[in-house]
Write a protein that binds this ligand. Structure first.
Ligand code: GLU
Length: 464
């Protein structure tokens, strides 16, 4: 590669950062890092009516959470309007763009006539300057748009990093409007000027942009700009095969942060949607970066798989240092309205429960029994806190008043109690779990009880 690799992600701040955009950002980031290049964040905020500061903040927060660090930006298109105007003026002067005075009514009539003749509706070039052609006199009461003078013949061909060679005939392409009557530049034009000015070498984006690419290439050529390479990644689909949307569940990156997914797990999972490295499923960021050279991007769309994401996240959770986990779970508990006391206890709680959880949110749900009241279900009470077990619960409570509050002593007290009452371990353990933990299944009961204050256990057993 001769050119310095420079990639970008260019979200529009009209909502949260969508998982699909996050995946494209991840691919662009990993590609730049792989090649020792630069990754740029550009906010495409020219749709003023729909762009919000809140969405900008969300995008930046999501990039930060995923640790997709950018070398330049965020750049805002609305701060670059003068630059777009300058390029438009240059194109008008050079004859690669021209004023078109058609009114919306004239354009409607033009399309209607084309349809009647069985032709595909398109701009007929009536204001397009040609050598030897006399243009109509410009009306003084119609503010003109600026159109790009697209080549009339030939093809636009590019070798897409994902899809292979794509060829579009110029006869398919209209003379695109690049500035509206009020002078504001249009979407495709801003993208071109930005990619040019920012010296973007590789544009990796969703394949919903394939149709824009030949237009953008033609404009770049007219400007004498070096062309970036393009890679169009297929959309992410929901389990039903439709494009992934809110209908399928959470599609905003930050909802996953809230639910207690880990950024490294999210990056690992997202990278496998439409890209592969052999059969590898679990790998670090460093491995991703070392492998991500632009090859092995899938031509067919990937499907969102919530169960697989949970599996990946559970694996990362298992491998996360307990002290770090405790701080994440502490935030989750606070969101649930619990007051978390000593961090030390929380570290031990995380170590004990993390194996059965996919997210820190689930972990916090488990740990709720340590920080707030429990409400055993009537069913669990009837099934487990039986007349047969009740006397043993009283004995056990009596022992709990006196023993050393440690796992070993709790275990010994339970064993003594079951043999004194001639009942089985699960009968007593289940009853204790239901009363103290509010559920019949938990990790080993002595380990679970040890992490409660003795007083809490005594008062919950009192209910037997
Ligand atoms: N703003 C566009 C989008 O959010 C991205 C355009 C591009 O990557 O070229 O879909």
């Amino acid at each position: 590669m001769t050119r310095k690799v420079r990639t970008r992600i260019a979200p529009s701040p009209t909502g949260f950062l969508h998982l699909g955009t996050a995946r494209t950002a991840l691919f662009s980031w990993a590609f730049a890092r792989h090649h020792g290049g630069d990754f740029i964040l550009r906010i495409e905020d020219t749709d003023v009516a729909r762009s919000t500061q809140e969405a900008v903040d969300q995008i930046i927060a999501a990039m930060k959470w995923l640790q997709l660090d950018y070398d330049e930006g965020p750049f805002f298109q609305m701060q670059r309007l003068n630059r777009y105007r300058e390029v438009i003026a240059k194109m008008l002067a050079e004859g690669t763009a021209y004023h078109c005075y058609c009114t919306p009514q004239e354009l409607d009539a033009m399309r209607e006539a084309q349809r009647t003749r069985g032709e595909k509706p398109r701009y007929d070039g009536r204001w397009r300057p040609e050598p030897g052609k006399t243009l109509p006199a410009a009306p003084s009461d119609v503010p003109p748009v600026v159109r790009f003078r697209n080549p009339l013949s030939g093809d636009v061909t590019w070798n897409d990093l994902v899809k292979g060679t794509i060829t579009i005939s110029n006869r398919e392409l209209d003379d695109l409007i690049i500035a509206r009557p009020d002078g504001t530049p249009t979407y495709n034009f801003c993208v071109v000027v930005d990619d040019w000015d920012m010296q973007i070498s590789h544009v990796i984006r969703g394949d919903d942009h394939v149709n824009n690419t030949p237009r953008q290439i033609n404009i770049l050529r007219a400007l004498g700009a070096e062309l970036p390479e393009y890679g169009h990644v297929p959309m992410i689909l929901g389990p039903d095969g439709d494009k992934l949307s809110k209908r399928h569940g959470a599609v905003s990156v930050m909802q996953y942060e809230e639910a207690g997914y880990l950024p490294d797990a999210m990056v690992n999972y997202l990278s496998r949607l439409g890209w592969s490295h052999g059969d590898d499923e679990l790998f670090s960021r460093a491995q991703l970066v070392s492998w991500f050279d632009g090859a092995h991007l899938a031509k067919s769309p990937a499907q969102w798989d919530a169960a697989k994401l949970n599996w990946v996240n559970a694996r990362y959770l298992k491998g996360t240092d307990d002290a770090l986990l405790a701080s994440l779970v502490s935030a989750q508990l606070s969101r649930r309205g619990f007051v978390v006391g000593s961090a030390e206890n929380l570290v031990r709680l995380c170590a004990l429960f993390k194996d059965r959880c996919a997210t820190t949110g689930e972990l916090a749900d488990w740990l709720g029994m340590y920080f707030g009241d429990v409400q055993p279900s009537a069913d669990d009470i009837t099934t487990h806190v039986t007349d047969l077990v009740r006397p043993a619960l009283h004995t056990l409570r009596g022992k709990f008043v006196e023993i050393d509050w440690s796992k070993a002593a709790i275990s010994a007290a339970i064993k003594e109690t079951i043999s004194a009452h001639g009942i089985k371990m699960p009968q007593l353990a289940h009853a204790v779990r239901v009363l103290v933990c509010g559920r019949a299944q938990t990790p080993s009961i002595d380990a679970v009880l040890e992490l409660f204050p003795r007083e809490t256990v005594l008062s919950r057993l009192q209910a037997a």
